[in-house]
Design a protein around this ligand. Structure first.
Ligand code: PMP
Length: 304
């Protein structure tokens, strides 16, 4: 059982797994009015270290903005609660899931007097797309489902309801034997994966769709852009990538908290190839950074 959790922080208190319950008439369940984060904590020589807490906390609060969802626990309190969860469960590396949502009051679409409920859980979680995927790469299918336009729903907010689109795309791909989907935006350009950002390498330069393409502003995306530039690469981080460019790319890879840096070896029935040199360099540097085999980027880590 991967979800090996015995303590959950909920609305300001540590509770047992069995007691972390909500009412079936909670607003968030009916209308997808929740916001969440996925954060990794890495096992390092100086103990567990949470990767980019501040950026994840900021995105959590920002995600609530369009929905008027106010979280009245500050970042320091959530961070300390998370560290305490890690200590109490004696976790080394783990995945951290904060979630805030409208709870029960009335079931009109307007949340009116619904309280904001909030919880944090942490549990051990390995490579999202499989350990071998990090080395060998994954096959992805361009989804028949398009991503919502940011004029329809804020795509830069990590809202629970958004993920029905991710599910449709991901499950369609898996039913057809692919590991993951790749989702185009309404214009038909490449947006992102269901839970990953996309990068493309061509002639030694790096391209990734810009925020105006309707993507989530991924924190791993930001980290990889920073790492790549510091290694001397040219990174075009406001690119528009057409579907056809996927087929002529030298390399493609996904980034994400869960997926980390995962090479893409095939798109539909077109072979991209084995993990290429740029992907390999960025991936190995990324793991050196997060596992703290370097002192660089120390400001990205909060030690438990
Ligand atoms: N896009 C989507 C739709 C996601 O759900 C995620 C995962 N949070 C990402 C991109 C990658 O973001 P991050 O690197 O912050 O995990």
């Amino acid at each position: 059982d991967e979800m090996d959790v015995d303590t959950i922080w909920m609305d300001g208190e540590f509770v047992d797994w069995d007691d972390a319950q909500i009412h079936v008439l909670s607003h968030g369940l009916h209308y997808g009015t929740g916001v969440f984060e996925g954060i990794r904590c890495y096992d390092t020589e100086e103990g567990p270290a949470i990767f980019r807490w501040d950026e994840h906390a900021k995105r959590l609060y920002d995600s609530g903005q369009p929905y008027g969802l106010e979280i009245d626990h500050d970042s320091e309190e959530l961070e300390e609660a998370t560290k305490e969860l890690i200590r109490r469960q004696e976790l080394e590396s783990c995945y951290i899931r904060p979630i805030a949502f409208y709870g029960y009051d009335s079931l009109g679409v307007s949340p009116q007097d619904c309280p904001t409920r909030i919880a944090i859980a942490a549990w051990p979680w390995g490579a999202y797309l499989g350990e071998e995927a990090l080395e060998e790469g994954v096959k992805v299918k361009v989804s028949s489902w398009r991503k919502h336009a940011s004029s329809q729903i804020p795509t830069n907010a990590k809202t629970t309801g958004l993920y029905v689109n991710s599910l449709l795309a991901g499950e369609e791909a898996r039913r057809e034997g692919y590991v993951e989907a790749l989702v185009l935006n309404k214009e038909g350009n490449v947006a992102e994966g269901p839970g990953e950002n996309l990068f493309l390498v061509r002639d030694g330069e790096i391209y990734t769709p810009g925020l105006s393409e309707g993507i989530l502003d991924g924190i791993t995306r930001n980290s990889v852009i920073t790492i790549a530039r510091d290694l001397g690469y040219t990174v075009h981080d406001e690119a528009t990538i057409s579907r056809g460019e996927l087929h002529t790319a030298d390399e493609l890879f996904f980034t994400g908290t869960a997926a980390e840096v995962t090479p893409i070896k095939q798109v539909d029935n077109v072979t991209v190839g084995e993990r290429g040199p740029v992907t390999e360099e960025l991936q190995s540097r990324f793991f050196d950074v997060v596992e703290r085999r370097t002192d660089d980027y120390d400001e990205w880590f909060s030690y438990v």
